[in-house]
Ligand binder design. Structure first.
Ligand SMILES: Nc1ncnc2c1ncn2[C@@H]1O[C@H](COP(=O)(O)OP(=O)(O)OP(=O)(O)O)[C@@H](O)[C@H]1O
Length: 414
């Protein structure tokens, strides 16, 4: 069951907002309503966020993102529609119920940190725990733990003014983590940060999310940020959600011209990962098979190299056509020293980070998962064209001076 569910949400500002909703339902557009003094901030929005997902709401200024997120924690009430968090309808909780929701289930991280300047970093991180009725020592413990998680261990006694912008935003995040809620709402949380720090924070958020399994609803107007962070992304325009999908779906299959135009400037090589372009290997060789089998298999499938795997499909190396032919000539029965280490990567590595590997090898790149298991291969031509290098001359053999010692595992730790 999704942790957050929004069903046909409308939020209209103005005097008799329900009338605005009726008019929208009858097909009138946002502009028509505006001339009568209504602002249709969110129109017929539905989405679901599964537990443990980062769901990004992306749109230009004024598209309705903040309004949408504020309805999730009850800061705003929908004019029509229903929002549920962990199976409870947010609207109708009443003041006490809302307070409990924000205390126990949903925390919010803001763009401008919202730190108290005259309280220490530790007190800021612990802010909010007092109303949970926790003892002072428990509050301090939780705050310290949360500061550790965001890389600010030992900074508890400092004042916010002594910290850089990135560190202050980490305190904001630590506060939300200390609260221990399952859901984090983040409204343009990284937008005020320098690009480099911002990248760092994005990486850290993804890493924290993997570790803590939080459910995160993240708002941004930055498409690259949306694509980098979102397990799923909702694209908003003029109050409506125009597409929901993974970054890949949105890049490769935009729902309309608006989304297509929007995504054309995205750095695809940073968004697309090895797994999105890998292919099943045409054929693989089992490590106990010899050079003759390799030679035969390559001819049969018209390929110039083969990935070699053991019985558990763990990648052992790669054998090339020339090397196999040589070994056959020499009468060798086993692959032995003919086997070259393959260049491999993990499935989540961004294509941009595979550039060096593509330049360096004529053999397909191996994509390996847990326990070195071969998941697929990326032919050089596929990788280069994905990287925008255009058409490349077909390379069918390994250059003679190719030095296996230079080969290495790219992306994930070897
Ligand atoms: N309290 C309000 N009263 C009237 N109009 C409002 C109110 N809050 C938001 N709006 C309007 O609703 C629309 C959507 O605003 P919202 O802040 O949700 O957009 P946004 O996508 O978050 O934009 P930004 O990134 O600039 O914050 C805008 O036209 C805004 O002016």
């Amino acid at each position: 069951m999704p942790l957050i569910e929004a069903h046909e949400i409308y939020k209209v500002f103005g005097r008799r907002p329900e009338r605005g909703v009726e008019r929208l339902r009858r097909g009138e557009d946002r502009e028509g309503l505006r001339s009568d003094g209504y602002t249709a901030a969110v129109i017929d929005a539905s989405f679901e966020v599964e537990q443990g997902q980062i769901f990004v709401v992306m749109g230009l200024s004024g598209s309705g993102k903040s309004t949408l997120i504020r309805m999730v924690n009850g800061l705003l009430t929908p004019t029509a529609g229903r929002i549920e968090v962990a199976g409870r309808t947010v609207f109708g909780l009443g003041t006490a119920g809302l307070r409990q929701l924000r205390r126990e289930q949903v925390s919010m991280v803001f763009q401008h940190f919202a730190l108290l300047p005259h309280r220490t970093v530790g007190e800021n991180a612990a802010y909010g725990l007092k109303i949970q009725g926790l003892s002072r020592s428990e509050r301090e413990r939780r705050a310290e733990q949360a500061l550790d998680l965001v890389g600010l261990g030992g900074w508890g006694g400092s004042m916010p003014g002594e910290l850089s912008g990135g560190m202050r935003q980490r305190v904001g995040l630590a506060r939300a983590l200390a609260a221990g809620t399952e859901v984090l709402l983040m409204d343009e949380a990284f937008s005020a940060l320098d690009p480099l720090i911002r990248r760092e924070m994005q990486d850290q958020l993804v890493e924290l999310q993997h570790r803590l399994d939080k459910t995160i609803l993240f708002i941004t107007h930055d498409l690259n940020e949306a694509m980098r962070l979102g397990d799923r992304v909702a694209m908003m325009r003029d109050g409506r959600i125009v597409q929901i999908g993974t970054a890949e779906q949105i890049l490769n299959d935009p729902a309309n011209d608006y989304v297509a135009q929007f995504v054309q400037d995205v750095d695809r090589t940073r968004v697309l990962t090895a797994s999105s372009v890998m292919e099943p290997p045409v054929a693989v060789l089992r490590s106990e098979q010899g050079p003759r089998a390799a030679h035969r298999l390559m001819r049969e499938h018209q390929v110039s190299s083969l990935m070699v795997v053991d019985r558990d499909r763990r990648l052992r190396g790669v054998v090339t056509e020339d090397d196999a032919a040589d070994a056959v000539r020499r009468g060798a029965d086993v692959l032995g020293d003919v086997l070259r280490p393959a260049v491999s990567t993990g499935p989540d590595t961004a294509l941009a980070d595979l550039f060096a590997a593509a330049a360096d090898t004529a053999i397909p790149l191996a994509v390996i998962g847990e326990g070195d298991r071969l998941l697929g291969v990326i032919p050089r031509v596929t990788l280069l064209s994905a990287l925008g290098a255009g058409t490349t001359p077909e390379v069918t053999t390994v250059p003679p001076d190719d030095d296996p010692a230079r080969r290495e595992h790219v992306g994930v730790g070897a």
